[in-house]
Design a protein around this ligand. Sequence first.
Ligand SMILES: C[S@@+](CC[C@H](N)C(=O)[O-])C[C@H]1O[C@@H](n2cnc3c(N)ncnc32)[C@H](O)[C@@H]1O
Length: 439
Amino acid sequence: MSQIPYQHLLVDPLTGLELTQLLKLAPGVDCLLPNPHLALEHIATQWHMLSTKLTREIAEDEALLKHPQLHELMRERIQRQVRWQKKFHHQLQELFKNIPAHTKSAYFDKMLQGLGHTLPLTQPLIGHPKNIFRDWSWGAVENQRYLDVVRSRAVGEKKNILVIAAGAGRLAYDLHQHFQADVTFALDNSYFFAQSFQKICFGEGMELVEFPAPSLGDESLAHEHKLVAPSLAREGLVYHLGDLNYLPYKPESFDLIITPWIIDLIPSTLPFLISNISSLLKPQGQWINFGPYSLSADIPSRCRWSQKEIRGFIEEVELEDFEESWEQVEYLKSPHSSLIRQEQMWTFSATKLHSDGRGIQRPQLKESWLIHHDHAIPLSSKVQMSLMSHKVPARVFELIDGKRSLKDIAALMQQEFQMTQAEAQQALTHFLSRWAESG
Ligand SMILES: C[S@@+](CC[C@H](N)C(=O)[O-])C[C@H]1O[C@@H](n2cnc3c(N)ncnc32)[C@H](O)[C@@H]1O
């Protein structure tokens, strides 16, 4: 724990009370997530799992290279791949070196040994990987577009700026430099981005391998980039590892709040975020949003807000002068990838005219036991369903003893789960074939 920079603008993310302690996860990485120690453990576990997965993949490829009948062209490709993977792994090891290697992840170790690659591994640790290359390597056109969007709508001085879901942080950096702000907070819940940002904006930069997907061709399977800010960031630019549902800021702290490419991803908490944005703005402060607004089909219908409803939420919290526009844009267009993503970008801005004295709302977590570790976990129907859906696969793996056939296991499953022999055999074949194909 150390002295807290910008303490006058910060609050405890969980309680909204004065912030008295700040956990630095690494030099320059201020953790304002609720329950930071748990977050650290979680990140360490994710890193442990990712590193284990990369090590295993490299070992599997190296074993393949020992195969005497491997086609020469395939050998060449796998050799190249191994070189890139090793480099990437090494770069991540360097990036995550501040994360303790020995965590309480023995439990995950066991799961890994037992289930191997069938676990949904580590995507969240390095979510949205393209964004870091767009921000700091090949995305000049896109980055300039976002800066221009904000510049064209911003009115007056912007001394205190907040970028919510800042990703790899380029926009926060550009705004901080452009507006000569006193303070710009970039808030995001990605440790990967937080740690990289520190190196890119305040250090010598970092090297990172991009694996473009889908790649343009044989020469584009991987690219190494040097990621570095155009110039050292001015003082006052700070990355906060935090959760937009637990905004760690005092009301009326900001002249400008930006939400880039995020609101469609968090529809269930959007009304609540809009209310908090209004509370966080100073009088005359502006909110500028841009990104797509196409909600995916798996979002429950009750939170598939129409644009009209969103405008309604904005009016309700007395944000005024609403202005909007739509344009079709290319998104995350890597020169090394054959994928060209077109998105309809919805830009709007609104202004808080008067002080309203409203506080920041914090979620009454349904899952309060995730934060308060002495709370009982309710035995809900979701738990029972999850239990069932884990019990069956777990039982299948337990029954594999090196001697039993699929038919033998189906016979045992038939008794245990009251299925017919045909049902058990069919389900087992389906499940095990997907497992076998999974890598
Ligand atoms: C589509 S990316 C956009 C990133 C960035 N705004 C950009 O345009 O490149 C969404 C971002 O939201 C962040 N995010 C998602 N849920 C979040 C949450 N609850 N709190 C903070 N950040 C979150 C992710 O880590 C990711 O960086």
